[in-house]
Design a protein around this ligand. Structure first.
Ligand SMILES: NC(=O)c1ccc[n+]([C@@H]2O[C@H](COP(=O)([O-])OP(=O)(O)OC[C@H]3O[C@@H](n4cnc5c(N)ncnc54)[C@H](O)[C@@H]3O)[C@@H](O)[C@H]2O)c1
Length: 449
């Protein structure tokens, strides 16, 4: 990781020290800014102060420790102090979905109030930056709350700076962004924001506030659409006897399309895509410009898991009392995040049907166990042990170590030689040579002679 010296270092506050706030704040400190991360979760702040990092993200822990010891990164529960000392205040709190799919903006509203309570005209100019993913026109509402409740005429601009990091490679994504989107309706705020990002050497997309907010929802929805597209194609491939991986390769080499996000599997999950697609559908409906295409994206995503379960039942008949090993709990590789993980949904469905599930994940054992509380699932602490006496092995998350597994050893552990690869991760021929019947997504089943 190369450290880029900043001559124009600034004092930055990040409110909300989760996956986005903690990694963003750390990377800002890494390039030389002075960063204070604020969170209202006392236990989290205490852990961070003691050098314990509450989430898993490659390279994050060492970067936090080095920036804390360099005096550029600190953690607090005191929002007031951060607002007083920092030029720019980033908001990175959750924006979960309501039952009806609309975005719950109560965390954003509550932080806006807290800022209004402590900000004063004497503090001088402040830029409030929305980094959370929010519906278009949220920034204007944040401004209204601050202007309405602050004591006196405060000098504030609200900016949108959506975050595009991917969990599992968040540090690398933040240090080398494809682009940085800054939505500001004031040149003064835009200039300050450009100073923040100057050390990252990335192209900056300068837009108005509303367009920046929309870019994030539209981008995530488009990526979800690509995933659902290839998953719909995978269903056709299964019927037609074609191979979805070859189809994805063939279409992905077209630069207009690209191979990224054309991986057939169990469907998308995680803390962003499901809620952001729902949020965008809701916003568009409210604006009277419905994004009906996204309803189909959701529908295909749900059907992908149903089709997989149907194929499992076809193979094993009744799932009750069947011993099923599941590799993967996290919603994707290289993270401990299980929010909206398809692996967790799959395990819950298997348990509901009476299967005896043993699962393994390299990093998400703890978060996975918490998400599966109340379900009778054994969490193994070794990927091979997980498969002991299993009648079927399901690959639910695309961890590299699963792809590298010794399948002969796995075969020796299992009762029946059947693999259902929900991520097209394993090498089918290797599975076949190890004696497995190998089922995957959108491809022919491989069976030993
Ligand atoms: N996780 C991602 O990959 C990702 C990527 C891009 C954008 N986003 C968006 O970023 C936002 C944050 O997501 P996240 O995954 O980091 O969430 P998170 O749940 O991991 O973290 C949010 C943090 O905010 C804290 N918080 C809540 N209310 C607070 C308050 N009033 N004061 C101080 N702290 C408060 C919580 O304690 C928590 O630590 C969401 O809008 C999300 O959609 C997430």
């Amino acid at each position: 990781m190369c450290l880029i010296p900043v001559h124009n270092n600034m004092n930055l506050a990040i409110i909300g020290t989760g996956y986005v706030g903690l990694t963003t704040g750390t990377c800002f400190a890494e390039v030389g800014h002075n960063v204070v991360c604020v969170d209202n979760n006392q236990a989290k702040v205490e852990a961070l102060r003691e050098g314990r990092v509450p989430i898993y993200e490659p390279d994050l822990e060492e970067m936090i420790l080095s920036n804390v010891s360099a005096g550029r990164l600190s953690f607090t529960t005191e929002l007031a102090k951060a607002v007083k000392t920092c030029d720019i205040i980033f908001i990175a709190v959750p924006t979960p979905p309501h039952e009806d799919g609309s975005v719950d903006l109560s965390y954003i509203e509550s932080v806006s109030h807290e800022i209004a309570d402590v900000i004063t005209p004497e503090m001088g100019y402040r830029v409030i930056v929305d980094k959370s993913t929010v519906p278009v026109s949220t920034g204007s509402k944040v401004y209204q709350v601050i202007a309405r409740y602050a004591k006196g005429n405060v000098d504030v601009d609200v900016v949108s700076n959506p975050e595009f990091l991917r969990e599992g490679s968040a540090v690398s994504d933040l240090m080398n962004p494809d682009r940085v989107v800054i939505g500001a309706d004031s040149q003064r705020a835009m200039d300050l924001m450009k100073r923040v990002y100057q050390p990252f050497n990335a192209p900056i997309v300068e837009v108005d506030l509303h367009s920046a907010e929309l870019i994030k929802h539209a981008a995530n929805s488009f990526l979800a659409l690509k995933i659902s597209y290839i998953n719909a194609v995978s269903a056709v491939c299964e019927k037609a006897g074609a191979d979805v991986e070859l189809v994805a390769q063939g279409i992905g080499m077209d630069k207009r399309i690209s191979r990224h996000f054309l991986n057939a599997g169990l469907g998308y999950g995680g803390s962003c895509f499901p809620k952001d697609v729902k949020g965008f559908i809701n916003v568009a409906d409210q604006l009277g410009a419905p994004m009906t295409i996204l309803k189909e994206v959701e529908n295909i995503n749900e059907q992908q898991l149903e089709r997989f379960l149907k194929r499992l039942r076809k193979k094993l008949w009744v799932l009750r009392k069947k011993r099923i090993a599941v590799w993967g709990l996290a919603f994707k590789q290289n993270t401990d995040d299980v929010r909206e993980s398809v692996a967790i949904k799959l395990i819950k469905r298997l348990c509901d049907e009476g299967a005896c599930v043993t699962a393994y994940d390299p990093k998400a054992a703890q978060t996975g166990a918490a998400a599966l509380a109340g379900y009778d699932v054994t969490i193994a602490d070794d990927m091979y042990e997980c498969t002991r006496d299993a009648e079927i092995l399901i690959v639910a998350t695309e961890w590299k170590q699963f792809a590298m597994a010794n399948l002969v050893k796995v075969r020796e552990m299992m009762r029946l030689p059947i693999i259902f690869d929900g991520r097209n991760l394993l090498h089918g021929e290797n599975a076949l040579h190890a004696g497995f019947e190998y089922h995957s997504i959108g491809r022919k089943t491989l069976r030993p002679q």
